[in-house]
Design a protein around this ligand. Sequence first.
Ligand code: CU
Length: 525
Amino acid sequence: MPSRRAFLTTGGAAVAALVLPTALGGCSGNGLFVRGGNNSSENSAGTLLRSEAPLPEPFQVPLPILPVLEPVRGEDGTDHYEIVQRAERMEILPGLSTEIWGYNGLFPGPTIVSRRGRRTVVTHRNELTVPVVVHLHGGRTAPEHDGYPTDLILPMGGDHSAHQQHAGASVVGSRDYVYELDQPAATLWYHDHRMDFTGPQVYRGLAGFHLIRDDEEEALPLPRGEREVPLMIADRSFASDGAFQYPSVDPSLNGTPGVTAEYMSGVLGDCILVNGAPWPVLAVSDTRYRFRILNASNARRYRLRLEGGGPFVQIGSDLGLLAEPTAHEAIDIAQAERFDVIIDFSGHDVGDEITMVNDHGRDGTDLVMRFVVTRRESDDSAIPDQLVELERLSEEDVVAERQFVFARGGAEAHGMTLWTVNGEPFSTDAIAARPRLSTVERWTIRALNVEHPFHIHLAPFQVLNTGGKDDAGPYNQGWKDTVNLDNGGQAELLIRFDGYRGRYVLHCHNLEHEDMMMMANFEVV
Ligand SMILES: [Cu+2]
């Protein structure tokens, strides 16, 4: 009996051979592997969806500074927050109105700032027309609060019979998510994780930052205050009336899931938003700034570089500060990855412009945002040579090894071959791994057919090596929860299963792949 999804047409998914790269014949034939449009891959799995609306000239609008959410109350070591998920209208393109789905009606959502050692409780109320699920990406969270894809918050007052196929722990209207956050200072983010519909729901705006602070970080002389700026980069496409354009099979998001066949590899927009604004500008002083860069795009990967400035000095990875700062001329960032960086504008004169570009893009997607030095200020910040003590996992600690292949094949629906993990489409019932609590395992992840960023909930990892090389490469230092895999790529990870027993998911963070079954359960036992 199928345990999930109207999407699968048969009880036993039709078994297809794993589609190997050699079988693709260079993107020909069925149209499912058109990448980037006009044969331009832009180094990302996906198809470019061109906007119908005219896009603005870059660097015309100020970078939105994201509001920090105030707790409604704080008591007994717990801070309580309330968020209402609702539709709202925003002027993203000049003169046009875009309906977004936002946390408190905002895109991006408000930033939550938590303190290590204090519990954070967030009450989410769903005033949208569809079920939602909230996942705190990077959080060391108990399984019942992790946002398992079928643990839905159903909309109030709707007919929920269509959603009863999912036997998750669903509630109507609202629920609390409890985050203990016993983990180091880091840049986390929260976003929708609804079964089958994560791609369109994040695309409509359900994403926000959640920062964790601790004493160790606070003791460092890093830039702070208005010189500490989260940057959420996301590509979007716009219809002629300004609406977000996304190729859902059923745009109500209450029926058949998935995207039309042409976009099965991923949806790439042609307008680059930072904090919800197209190619914005930030006025800066001639000082150091700390930017927490998140790639919140569904399918797009970026190679960020600073034209007229640089380098990026990386101080943190997905899950916290590095042992020591590392300078990069460019940063490769896959979906869901975070890079915590310092950019030093002190060598610049007033009037200088520094442009963040994307070397993987073209025709507009090669631009991201601009910094303009508008004033001189004093600066007492510094980048210490040593940041934090970083525990390094050792291969001697490994108690088990596993291999996961992320590829296309193993199941079909509507005549399309789905994305799978080890040849299996996602099922709520199947457990792909049962690691023991407080142990370390070595996992080898392989990506076939196209690029796949691997993400695992709960369990932080360190990258041993990628691409058959001896080391992790320049972008995989420190603790991570997501790793960028090229087409044909491979990574060896040391993963620690710490914190909680229970069932969690691992998946590809190309959201179209995730929605089309590229996800698996693991259970910490
Ligand atoms: Cu993928």
